[in-house]
Write a protein that binds this ligand. Sequence first.
Ligand code: FAD
Length: 502
Amino acid sequence: MADNRIGRIVIVGGGTAGWMSAAMLARALGPAAKISLVESEAIGTVGVGEASIPQLRNFNAFLGLDEDAFLRATEGTIKLGIEFVDWLHPGHRYMHAFGPVGRPLGTTPFHHYWLDARRRGTAGDDFWAWSANALAARAGRFGRTPGEAGAEPLTWAFHFDAALYARHLRTYAQARGVQRIEGRIIGVDQDGESGFLRAVALEGERRVEGDLFIDCSGFRGLLIEETLKSGYEDWRKWLPMDSAWAAPSRDDAPPVPYTRAWARDAGWQWRIPLQHRTGNGHVFSSAWTDKDAAARTLMANLEGEALAEPRLLTFVTGRRRKSWNRNVVALGLASGFMEPLESTSIHLVQSGLARLLALFPDQGFDPLLADEFNRQTEQEYACIRDFLVLHYKATQREDTPFWASRKAMEIPHSLAERMALFAGSGRVFSRDEDLFKESSWVQVLLGQGVTPAAAHPMTAVAADAQVDGWLDDLARIAGRTAASLPTHAAFLAAAGGPRPAQ
Ligand code: FAD
């Protein structure tokens, strides 16, 4: 390695983002880097963030974490998708299930055959009858390997206690040499000319010097914003949610293997089942309801017994204009935030780390590296933003001022194009840095009532009877796959084993 390699990495913040960074960098860079993490127990962490997407499995696998041990350590459960209730109109529900729905026939995506068969009257309205994930979720079943010949395994993620996950990763990172420093950062030492950071100053006249600083300090962005003034792009005109009440509860029902998101009068409510409790939250816009009314909505709609008073969190939806600025890379809440409707925040930490490793400044801080990092990050955020906005824009609801405003709002051009293309011809494509692939877009577009005027013309190449037989076979395989699995509760009991001593 060249002499100017990055030797000292300082991570500021010990929330989920900080400890994910510590674990991944320690694993990827090994002893080549000296990694320190500064956190302040007095300041604490945001303390929410319980639902993930399947990519987290790759992160855990990269670290070499055993999945059952992870579930035990984090009181985790399985997540097969998200059920959206009352989003299109009251009384309506649909699922964004992970993984594919059906299988492509040749080069034409599955949903075109379904659209065509539905038009001919030979396929039902339930698109999710071809998703083993959705069927297993509805039936409360999960297993890693289907007991059905010819079936593909399900695609899964987790619900977990984020504080316990951070603790798990802390043990992992410290075992690999990461030094944890407890204390409050009160100042920053910067090079006068370049503005590069040299050290952070802690209470008690301590200094931690570094070559590369990872800012995981949460919403405030201690280094990236308070020090470097990198700027913030505010997306509240499209996503006006700015607050959430969160409260844990407990009930006796076995945990379902999916997240629930109910539309409410001025926002929505989540329900995330963990092994030891259920996470609940009401995300709302203070422009459309007041916080006391929002708290009452949450508490009136809890299932089971509340375990604590609700806690209020506030945020500004958007992204940092430069997540990489000089020798500071911001990850987690310090680099931006979008409401947890599709559980994307923790994933953005993971993808930011992968991007940092791909562009690692081992030969020094060439501005091209930061530019490329920022370009990719901007695209990734914008694609997720569009996907979230779709859930609000494509509604039939006008029953409250909030929903009427969402239906009428102007949306980003990039999303308007995608919706129009799909509405006209059923075509939708994932773009550069798009986290959500075609299957996700199709499910939410259909779920939100965007029905294509036509299917792809290539569906006509196969005879109708052949397509219908093939659709029947796929539905049968998906149904039998789901039915062949143990219940989620039985899976957890087998995977959970005895709990580790606290
Ligand atoms: P924080 O947890 O805020 O950590 C900041 C760290 O910086 C702390 O350790 C703090 O002590 C330290 N710090 C700050 N200032 C100083 C200082 N001066 N000196 C020393 N240390 C300092 N994400 C998902 O993926 N799924 C979800 O379901 C989900 N739900 C969410 C619901 C809500 C309402 C909110 C607000 C967020 C949700 N998120 C979710 C996002 C998720 O919580 C965060 O992405 C994740 O926890 C990462 O947070 P963080 O580590 O960036 O910040």
